[in-house]
Design a protein around this ligand. Structure first.
Ligand code: ZN
Length: 405
């Protein structure tokens, strides 16, 4: 064997060795898929005695109107339809030249309810999601303080969410109603491109959605900030998750003629809408429309479900005092014995937090009662230890709080 041949052989062996971890990661995604199927097959739908009906949808979606997205309305409607979503909250970037909130999807299309929101940037302060959007939002970033514009323009039923909490500097203000505690795009930006490239080569064709499991991480800092602001001010702050769907995350290598050679798109709408959703609870005597949806979100009658890891529908977190029943987002007075109840669609690990501190952390829970002896802001996270790592260590459900006053 010539020296050249020997060197080539060594190189080849080295390259093959570097691929072993990625082959193993592909195998692990296969195990995750089997575990998720098992979770979904174990779901028990208890007879529904609640006065609320549950609807699922996504929040924080951009279309081509925003500038850096390529997504069309058709793709968004099709993505929502194939995910059987009930609603989609659009959050278009604003433009100095036209009103993106009035141009985006609004009302019912293909049976799906659309809210025409905006994402607005503020110099030095961060970014906000406005539901619905403001006609005047385009002017906001220039001269007038946003606080004024929000108050003037969003109307009575309008809602303001802090987007990208890590950038937000206006915590001491009171014009926001909630916090986007998780954002897919923020999380995706932490991806190691080297790992993602080889994971993509090995696993993208077979498990395109499950690649999310390789980078999904509990948003520790955002949850901490949310808990801290609520505990410090006593204010109700609604948590939502944002898909921040643009249909533009990924990478593509085109041939000289423009034909795609390698195309790895991490967030086409159909896939992005599968990862995480906001589940909303609306009184059964009301229909789902813009008003009932915004009212439910404003009340915190909603939870975040990472439905990719198993359908979170049917999760419930409630409080009872005698005949007085409340759900997540509500307040209840501790003048008599209050009991919190959590019920899960499959057995899981339940973590109950009060003012950000863990009060209970138990495995194998399907239903749990917790007598409350102290006032505080109580919320729940649910994990699925039956999934392989790393998914098992990340939250499957993040509830909104019950405020025991
Ligand atoms: Zn965005």
């Amino acid at each position: 064997m010539t020296r050249w041949k020997r060197l080539s052989l060594v190189l080849l062996v080295l390259v093959l060795l570097t691929q072993i971890p990625f082959a193993y990661r592909r195998y692990k995604l296969g195990r995750l898929q089997a575990a998720i199927q098992h979770v979904n097959s174990q779901r028990v739908t208890t007879p529904d005695e609640s006065q609320f009906a549950e609807y699922k949808g996504v929040v924080h979606v951009h279309s081509f109107l925003g500038g850096h997205s390529t997504g069309s309305f058709e793709e968004i409607v099709a993505g929502a339809k194939s995910n059987q979503l009930n609603f989609v909250v659009m959050t278009e970037h604003t433009s100095d030249n036209f009103n993106t909130a009035s141009m985006t999807l609004k009302g019912v299309h293909a049976g799906i309810l659309f809210i025409n929101g905006n994402e607005v940037s503020l110099p030095d302060t961060g970014r906000l999601l406005l539901l619905p959007g403001l006609g005047a939002a385009g002017e906001a970033s220039n001269s007038q303080p946003l606080e004024e514009i929000v108050k003037r323009g969003r109307g009575q039923d309008g809602l303001t969410f802090v987007a990208y909490p890590q950038e937000f500097r206006g915590w001491e203000t009171t014009y926001y109603d909630g916090v986007e505690v998780y954002n897919v795009y923020t999380n995706a930006r932490q991806i190691n491109p080297f790992l993602m490239f080889f994971d993509g080569l090995w696993s993208y064709r077979r498990y395109p959605e499950l690649l999310f499991a390789n980078f999904y991480q509990r948003p520790n800092e955002n949850l901490k900030k949310w808990d801290e602001v609520m505990a410090a001010t006593g204010r109700k702050l609604v948590a939502v998750a944002g898909n921040d769907a643009h249909a533009n995350v990924g990478f593509k290598i085109d041939s000289e003629s423009g034909q795609p050679l390698i195309g790895l798109k991490l967030d086409p709408y159909e896939r992005s809408f599968r990862l995480v959703r906001v589940h909303i609870l609306i009184p059964k005597d009301k229909v789902l429309d813009s008003q009932s949806l915004l009212t439910a979100i404003a009340a915190g009658h909603c939870f975040i479900g990472f439905d990719l890891f198993g359908d979170t529908s049917g999760f419930s977190f409630s409080a009872a005092k005698g005949a007085d029943n409340r759900i997540q987002g509500d307040e209840i007075l501790l003048d008599k014995e209050v009991r919190l109840t959590v019920s899960l669609p499959v057995a899981g690990r339940l973590v109950l937090l009060k003012d950000g501190k863990i009060m209970l952390d138990e495995n194998g829970i399907r239903k749990k009662d917790y007598p409350v002896t102290e006032k505080g802001i109580y919320r729940v996270e649910v994990y699925l230890p039956q999934l392989p790592k790393p998914a098992r260590d990340q939250p499957w459900i993040i509830s909104n709080p019950i405020y025991v006053r």
